[in-house]
Design a protein around this ligand. Structure first.
Ligand code: PAF
Length: 281
């Protein structure tokens, strides 16, 4: 399984596959791979003949330098986990992706969706995501790209970018992969201490309790959010954001809303954990 860190080599590999009429699947990642990522690779494999995984900790999407430098880089273990699953691993450097520096980089900005919710809390984050994903799509030229539903807003952003820019590929999403405790798998779980790891499933439990109340007909969303926030804060978390919005538009709920998404973000120690769940009204 080749480890590719040059654009010319990546293009040669892709062109060779294309000449053979093979379909190419792509899983973009920032490394520190867990079972959720491997599930995405399996899904890509179901739809394609060859699967490329990129591992690139994208500086353009980090709003805090400390978060970027602390992000776990585990290339050796990642390659071991991908052995026999991926056909190529693309590992560019920041210099390869942004040769003129980040300031000079042309940006892809997805209006609306990039500025609300998580985008309002982390200005510029989603511009960094859409820009790097667009560049990676242009480099790999996949037929299919796979993303996890855990990053709900990111998935919606990428779907809109692909649609708005008529990009010739299909986006396939994969339900969040969870530990037996209900905790959503995330590279950021690695920041948790043993005792925090035991507390962490409370995020999903609080979200599920919220979902249950909505299913049973409660519609006072402000109260629901306050209750969930108080529950988390009373159990060792610091709530960052809990939103209940239209699952399709990510905008406030209207009388036309058919399903809502509960978006949870809370700090537990050094880790900022996120989760989400869609509930039909
Ligand atoms: O979800 C991620 O890991 C990243 O945001 C992505 C899509 C690989 C872009 O850097």
């Amino acid at each position: 399984m080749p480890l590719i860190s040059e654009i010319t080599k990546l293009r040669a590999t892709i062109n060779n596959w294309r000449r053979q009429g093979l379909r190419i699947g792509f899983v973009p990642t920032m490394g520190n791979l867990h079972a959720g990522h491997l599930q995405l690779v399996h899904t890509a494999r179901l739809h394609c003949d060859k699967v490329v995984v990129s591992i690139f900790v994208n500086p353009l999407q980090f709003d805090r330098a400390s978060d970027l430098s602390a992000y776990p880089r585990t290339l050796t273990q990642d390659c071991e986990r991908l052995a026999g699953l991926a056909d190529a691993i693309f590992t560019p450097t920041p210099e390869l992706m942004y040769p003129e520096g980040q300031q000079q980089q042309t940006r892809v900005i997805v209006p609306g969706i990039s500025q609300v919710l998580e985008g309002a809390l982390r200005p510029g984050h989603f511009d960094g995501v859409s820009t790097v994903v667009c560049k990676l799509f242009n480099l790999v030229q996949p037929d299919v790209a796979c993303f996890g539903e855990k990053d709900y807003q990111q998935l919606a952003l990428i779907r809109k970018m692909v649609s708005d820019l008529n990009m010739p590929l299909d986006i396939i999403s994969q339900p969040t992969v969870r530990a037996d405790s209900g905790l959503a798998l995330s590279s950021r779980n690695g920041y948790l201490t043993t005792s925090e790891l035991a507390q962490a499933p409370e995020l999903a439990a609080t979200m599920n309790a919220l979902a249950e109340r909505i299913t049973q007909g409660e519609r006072d969303f402000a109260t629901l959010v306050n209750d969930a926030s108080a529950r988390l804060n009373g159990r060792g978390f610091t709530t960052d954001a809990i939103d209940i919005v239209d699952a399709h538009t990510l905008l406030p709920i209207t009388e036309r809303t058919q399903a809502v998404v509960i978006l949870m973000a809370a700090f537990l120690g050094k880790a900022r954990l996120i989760d989400n769940r869609v509930v039909s009204l």
